[in-house]
Design a protein around this ligand. Sequence first.
Ligand code: NAD
Length: 365
Amino acid sequence: MQDLSRRRFMQGAAAAALAAPLVGAAATRARAASPKKLGVALCGLGKLSTDQIAPALLKTQHCRLAGIVTGSGGKVEQWTSKYNLPARSVYTYDTMHRMADNDDIDIVYVVTPNALHLEHTVAAAKAGKHVFCEKPLEISVERCQQMIDACKAADRMLGTAYRCRFEPHHLECIRIARQQELGAVRIIEAGFGIDVGPADQWRLKHSLSGGGALMDVGIYALQATRYLTGEEPVLVSAMETKTDAVKFKEVDETVSWTAQFPGGATAYCTASFKVGGIKNFRATADRGWFELDPAYYYGGIKGVRSDGKPLSFPQVDMFAAELDDFARCVAERRPTIVSGEEGMRDVRIMTAIYESIRTGRAVKI
Ligand code: NAD
C-alpha cells in the first residue's frame, strides 16, 4: 500500500520534474485548447532575475519572458537583445501602469527588495496583470494584506515564489510526513545559513528588507516545518545572537527559534547571515527519520532516509517548475498552493519570532 501510494505520488512528482504537481485532465484539456504561453514581465533585474529566473523562463512550457521593468536604463539593451524583447515591453517602475495596454504581458514577477513588493504588486494588479512575487511576500502582515486586497480588487491572482514546493525531493518528504510512513513526525530540525557578504546591500537595511537572516533565509526553514507538518505553529520562542553590531546594526544576524505544532511536533530552527553551510532539514518520526541536505539550494538537492530506502529524484529547475505551475493556475483559473495568503502566513509567524526576540518570551500565535 505504501509502495503504491509512493508510486502514485511520484508519478505526479515526475511531472513536477518538468513543471509541478496536480496535473489533471483539466490541465491537459486546457493545454490542448490553448497552446499560447503566458507572457511574464520581470520586475527588478538583479541577481536572481539575471542568473536564475530569466534562464528558467527559456525552459518553461506554459510561460515565456515577455517584458522587463527596470530602474536602470543601462540594462535595457542587454536584456532586449538577449531575450528578443520589443521596446514597447520595456518599463520603468514609474511606467508600469502602461502595461494595461500590453496584451503580451499576463503575469508580472516581482523580484525587487522585500519592502518594494507591495508597491510593485499594486502597480501590476492595477494594470490588470497577475502577480507572482518573491519571498518574503512583504515585510509586515498589513502590507501582505494590502497586496492580497489589491489583487482581489483587480480580479488577478497573487502567488508567492516558494520554489521548494515544486521540487520532487521536498514533495516526497511531504508525502512521507503526511502519510506517516515512518510514523508521526515529532521533531523537525531545519536551518539555512549564508555568509551574506558586503555591508552595503539592501538586505542589511531594515527599511528595504524588513529583517535579516530570518526574513531572507530562515523563511525556507520555517516553510519546511509548515509543509512537513501541514500545520500552523501555535507557539514560538526565539533568540538572536549578534557578533557584529556594526554590520548587523539594523537587522538580525543569527536567529534560532523553536516552534510548537498542534499535532505534537516540535521544530528547532536556525537562520544565519554569518555562518554559511547550514542548509538542511531532518524530520524525526516515531520509527525513523528523513532529511534533505542540501535542501534549499538551487540544485544538488540530496535526501536520506533512516531505513536506507532511496530518497533521490532527478534535479529540476525549481524556478521553471514554480512558474509553469502558476501559469497553469492562471490559465485554468484555479488557486495556487503558494497563494498570497500562504506568503502572509510566514510573515505573521516571522513577526511573532521577532516579538519573542524583543520580549524574551514565548509568543502564542
Ligand atoms: P538584487 O539586489 O540582486 O536585485 C534587486 C533588484 O531590485 C535590482 O535590479 C535593483 O536595481 C532593483 N531595485 C529597485 N529599487 C531598488 C532599491 N530601492 N534598492 C535596491 N534595489 C532596488 O536582489 P535579489 O537577490 O535579486 O533579490 C530580489 C528578491 O528576490 C528579494 O525579495 C529576495 O528575497 C528574493 N530572492 C529569492 C530567492 C529565491 O531563491 N527564491 C533568491 C534570492 C533572492
